[in-house]
Design a protein around this ligand. Structure first.
Ligand SMILES: *[C@@H]1O[C@H](CO)[C@@H](O)[C@H](O)[C@H]1NC(C)=O
Ligand SMILES: *[C@@H]1O[C@H](CO)[C@@H](O)[C@H](O)[C@H]1NC(C)=O
Length: 144
């Protein structure tokens, strides 16, 4: 399944504990998530999961495509990856028209293929936790 098919990525989860990045978005808006990625290189796997979701797969990108079969139907057609090369150590993605059902802590795991001078290929993994809070829809401008 989405969560633990990659031994190596599951292994890293044990010792990566960072404070989640908090994002607050109004219901109906798009949420932009930024995942850390290692170095300069081609992004080979992006795996976005959510803590209180079953199945927990929000987005799985591998073999140059988004694997919709693994994706929780709640997120089908609502996700967009913006870049497949990490140039600034980031991979950006968008969740379209969020609702309160999308609340939760997301974990974004990115695998990057690092170019090196030797012929040996290297892959690097980064994990980012993102706490998405969806507020009520914007009907009136907030009291300012
Ligand atoms: C997300 O990014 C898109 C363009 O990249 C922008 O139009 C949109 O306003 C952003 N959404 C939020 C909630 O910042
Ligand atoms: C990803 O988004 C961040 C924050 O909006 C921005 O600073 C960065 O340039 C973006 N990177 C790419 C590769 O789109």
């Amino acid at each position: 399944t989405c969560f633990c098919s990659f031994l190596i990525i599951c292994g890293i989860k044990k010792f990566v504990f960072a404070d989640p990045v908090k994002i607050t978005v109004k219901s109906g808006q798009d949420a932009n998530l930024t995942c850390r990625a290692a170095g300069n290189g081609k992004v080979s796997v992006v795996r976005l999961t959510r803590d209180n979701l079953k199945p927990n797969c929000v987005l799985l990108y591998r073999n140059d495509q988004i694997d919709e079969e693994q994706q929780n139907t709640q997120y089908l057609g609502r996700t967009k990856l913006h870049n497949f090369i990490s140039t600034d150590g980031k991979v950006n993605l968008t969740l379209n028209s969020v609702t309160e059902e999308d609340n939760g802590v997301y974990e974004c795991r990115v695998r990057t293929e690092i170019k090196s001078n030797t012929r040996r290929k290297r892959a690097a993994l980064e994990s980012t936790f993102i706490n998405l809070r969806v507020g009520a829809a914007q009907s009136d401008p907030p009291g300012e």
